[in-house]
Design a protein around this ligand. Sequence first.
Ligand SMILES: [Zn+2]
Length: 275
Amino acid sequence: MSACRVFISADIEGVAGIVTTLQTADGAAQYQEGRQLMTDEVNAAIAGAFDGGATDVVVCDSHAGMQNLIPSHLDKRAVLIRGAMRDSLQMEGLDASFHAVFITGTHARAGTADAVLDHTWNGATIYNLRINGRTMNEAGLNGLVSGRHGVPVVLVTGDAATVEQAREYLPEALTVAVKESRGRGVASSLHPAESCRRIRQAAAEAVQKRHTIPPMHVPDPMVMEIDYNRTDMAQTAALVPGVARIGPRTVRVEADPDTMFRLKELLVYRLRYEL
Ligand SMILES: [Zn+2]
């Protein structure tokens, strides 16, 4: 049997039943429930991957402190990448040895109407992020990293607005909409058991169809523009060599893709802005 390696980047805001940061923030009142719901959906994706012919599955915990998935509750066939301060935010561990990527539990970009907990990387700092003039969401940015390794994103799960938006970047990926937003903190959601059933089914199909889904095109060179929430954040980012402040709260940088991915980690994640 030839190898079929599946990489799952797992976020939490796009999981069925999740509508509030009380379910997504470590230490918040409903966090234990939220992480269990997330773990169950990821287990459905893992099971579907194996149903579809995967030979091994790596799961990258991709939300906030990146220690949300409950290790002992995770499908024991999977390997878990866990913990923060990593070099590739939601794609840590991906390389060209993989054959397919799933992006689960993801959410719409900052400024999307009728999307649960819409934001881009860090709601406290990032107002908007563009690559070559195109406003990105996290699924699209992760698609670029996958594309750089020649690996297709074959499955995206989240709320209805998110999976519709994902088609802008990943038109051939299979999608599962697990809930429909009725505002940033309101949704009509599938029952978790039903969302898991659909995710497992779509995951199996996505792995089987992986040869028909192309990796996302990666422009070279790449121009990234970031609008921060505040002027002092742009001022701080512009201290990095090569990063130009082109507006009161906007910076611009041009680089080859690999350099750009490193700069993205620095500017949206590792650099600490005073809040
Ligand atoms: Zn998240």
